[in-house]
Structures are given as structure tokens and as C-alpha cells.
Ligand binder design. Structure first.
Ligand code: PLP
Length: 396
């Protein structure tokens, strides 16, 4: 077996974390559904005693995400190499917050996934006394002012959802660690995927994924993943994973592993089609603004070029004509499906102010620029010419 760390991403997505099953030689990892494992003598077993704590199918996926994100933890010291799988992206996020003590101070990006914002503000402020300080992290001066020596965690997404702001991860890590070397910097890498951006290599402590999106890629499973290169953090996460129990089922672990095998080829198409459709939209006269990290007009395009190897399939547009025109367009699309979520093989289109970001209060939406003319596109892997034709007829 070749060491996956010696291979390129396109090879890693197919093989990392997996090996032929020893009893039968089955090439694909079997789905081990058993909740418990027979022991030779009390407490003497093969490393597995109960599936909430250890499961071979889940371990394979956990190793996969750790190796894709570039974790340096070896399988000899940790059977999942610093990777962890949960029943949803929100369960993974919730678990990270359990690392923090009561009343901790957390600096976050100001443009977060709606559900993350809801968990921080409407659940953890009450149950954990969490203090969250939202900051526009595209301006590192803002972050320097907000970051204090008692800040326990920095939570960010890049590119952000839905405004696709790009945040300079190396700069944020440098400033954060200078103020408090023990602060935990977490990056939600859902939009970029480890094929376009690897935050652990830029100094982040934990990478989080909603694997429901690009990693699984087929819109048929809900899952969350974490990866870290820090053995001490990995031990703490494993302890809470086992204690709180929000683990991914063996079947869904298999689903995500299967999806990830095509991640490299899918991302190539998402990256190419995303950029070409963004350029086409930008060339139209009826767009107020088109946002995609690969466009020269993107305010942080240079940072995107520095830290990303591709710019993904997410595009945000502001259409002329406000809510009425936006609604007409959303009703008329035929190839794009009007639906929440993103990152699947099929193209999706949605209206954040009414759909995914309705839980962000209206005044805050206005302040952030999530207006009624904002539409978010998740470009799938269909033929891009059909996608452009569909958008053209919907806008006509
Ligand atoms: C979807 C999403 C989440 C939440 O993940 P679930 O799998 O839906 O629980 C978190 N962050 C981002 C950026 C997302 O897009």
C-alpha cells in the first residue's frame, strides 16, 4: 500500500484511509453495521468495543478527511489520523463548541452560514454563555481590534456564505496566535473543499466540513467532518465525540466515502463551469454585481489566488429589478433546481434572504448586504452550455 501522504489529491480521494478488507480482500470498505464487537476476555478486543466509540467504516472516512486536509497525525498513534465524522455539519460545529468553557469569547466572521449563526446566537449564548463577536474579517485591522488575549476561539468561513468574501487565513492565524497562542482557529472549509484550499497547512487548528455539500456531492446524505493535526486537540475531540455521541452512521460514512472518490474530477468541472458562468453573467448588462472568487473584479481575488488552487462552483449575483425580477428568474429556471443546499452534481439556485439566511435578522442582513436582489447559484457538473442557456431564458 502506498502512503497516501506521498500521493497527489486526485489519487488521495480514491485511496486515502482505505485498504482491501483483510478477510475477503473486498476492495471497497464494507459497511460494518454492528453496534457491538465480541471480546476475547473482558476488556480484551481488537480495538473495537462499541460503534459510538469506534467503527471501521467511519474510521475509513475519518482517515480520508484527515489525509485530504493534510493532517500529520499517523495511523499508528491515532486510528482516525485526526479526522472525525458526525451526523451533520451542525453536529460537527456543535461538538467544536463543546471544547470551550462556559462563558468563552469567540470572534467569528460576520457572514456565516445561517444555521451556524443560529447555533451560536440562539442556542449557545443561552446554554453556554458564549460571547460571539462578529467581525468583517476581510479587513485584518478589524480583526486586530476584536482579537483579545482572552479570546478562546476564532471561527471563520472562506469563501463565505452567501457573499463569497475571501479571508486571508495566514494573516488571521498570525494575528490570533500573537494575541493568544492558545486560541483555537477553526475554518469551515465547506465551500472550498480540501481540493481547492487546505486550512491546516496555513496554520488553522481545526477544519470543519458540511460533507452534505461537495464532499458527498450527490445531495443524498447529511454529514459533518472535522480534521486536525494537533494530537492533543484530536484526543479532546474524540473524548467529546464518544461522550456526546453525535456520530455518523456506518451507512452514511460509506455514502460519503463513495462520493469523495470522484471529488477531484467533480471539482475540476465545478471550478471550470463556475468561472465561465460567472464571466458570462458579468458580461451581461442586467447584473448589478456578480461575485465569484475567480473573477478579476472580486475584491479579494489576489488572496484567493494565493491560498486557493481553484475557485469553486458558487456564484452570487445581484440582479437588476429587485425582488420581482429575482422571483421571476427563480420560477423560470428549468435545469437549475430552486432548492437550498449546494455542492451537488446538479445545479441549484436559491434566494438567501427568504431561504437559507432567513434566521439572520433583517437589519443584520441589510448591514451585510444580503439584499432581496441577491441570488446564490451552485453550479453543478452538467454541460455548462445548457446551464448558460437556462439562465439566459430565465433572465429574458
Ligand atoms: C450546509 C452548511 C453547514 C451545515 O451543515 P449541515 O450538514 O447542513 O448540518 C455549515 N456550514 C456551511 C458553510 C454550510 O454550507
Amino acid at each position: 500500500m502506498i502512503d497516501p501522504r506521498e500521493t497527489r489529491p486526485g489519487t488521495r480521494v480514491v485511496h486515502a484511509g482505505q485498504r482491501p478488507e483483510p478477510t475477503t480482500g473486498a476492495v471497497m470498505p464494507p459497511i460494518f453495521l454492528s453496534s457491538t464487537y465480541a471480546q476475547d476476555s473482558p476488556g480484551v478486543h481488537k480495538g473495537f468495543d462499541y460503534t459510538r466509540a469506534q467503527n471501521p467504516t467511519r474510521y475509513a472516512l475519518e482517515r480520508m478527511i484527515a489525509l485530504l486536509e493534510g493532517s500529520t497525525i499517523s495511523e499508528e498513534t491515532d486510528p482516525s489520523c485526526g479526522g472525525f465524522a458526525f451526523s451533520s455539519g451542525m453536529a460537527a460545529t456543535s461538538l467544536i463548541l463543546d471544547l470551550l468553557d462556559q462563558g468563552s469569547r469567540v470572534v467569528t466572521g460576520d457572514d456565516l452560514y445561517g444555521g451556524t449563526h443560529r447555533l451560536f446566537k440562539q442556542v449557545r449564548e443561552r446554554s453556554q454563555g458564549l460571547q460571539t463577536i462578529p467581525v468583517d474579517l476581510t479587513d485584518t485591522k478589524n480583526f486586530e481590534d476584536a482579537m483579545t488575549s482572552d479570546t478562546a476561539m476564532v471561527w471563520l468561513e472562506t469563501p463565505t456564505n452567501p457573499l463569497l468574501k475571501v479571508i486571508d487565513l495566514e494573516a488571521i492565524v498570525r494575528i490570533a496566535k500573537a494575541k493568544n497562542p492558545n486560541t483555537i482557529v477553526v475554518c469551515d472549509n465547506t465551500f472550498a473543499t480540501p481540493l481547492n484550499q487546505r486550512p491546516l497547512l496555513l496554520g488553522c487548528d481545526i477544519v470543519m466540513h458540511s460533507a452534505t455539500k461537495y464532499l458527498n456531492g450527490h445531495s443524498d446524505c447529511v454529514a459533518g467532518l472535522l480534521a486536525t493535526s494537533d494530537p492533543e486537540l484530536a484526543d479532546r475531540i474524540r473524548f467529546i465525540q464518544k461522550s456526546a455521541g453525535p456520530v455518523l452512521s456506518p451507512f452514511d460514512s460509506y455514502m460519503v466515502l463513495r462520493g469523495v472518490k470522484t471529488l477531484d474530477v467533480r471539482m475540476q468541472r465545478h471550478n471550470e463551469s463556475g468561472l465561465s458562468i460567472a464571466r458570462w453573467l458579468e458580461s451581461r448588462s442586467d447584473m448589478e454585481r456578480v461575485v465569484h472568487p475567480g473573477l478579476l473584479s472580486h475584491p479579494q481575488h489576489e488572496i484567493a489566488k494565493k491560498q486557493m488552487t481553484g475557485f469553486g462552483g458558487m456564484i452570487t449575483i445581484f440582479v437588476e429589478g429587485g425582488i420581482d425580477r429575482a422571483r421571476t428568474m427563480l420560477e423560470r429556471v428549468k435545469v437549475f433546481a430552486l432548492a437550498e443546499s449546494l455542492g451537488g452534481v446538479e445545479s441549484l439556485i436559491e434566494h438567501p434572504a427568504i431561504m437559507t439566511h432567513a434566521s439572520v435578522p433583517p437589519d443584520q442582513r441589510a448591514e451585510l448586504g444580503i439584499s432581496d436582489s441577491l441570488i446564490r447559484l451552485s453550479v453543478g457538473i452538467e454541460d455548462p452550455a445548457d446551464l448558460i442557456a437556462d439562465l439566459e431564458q430565465a433572465l429574458a
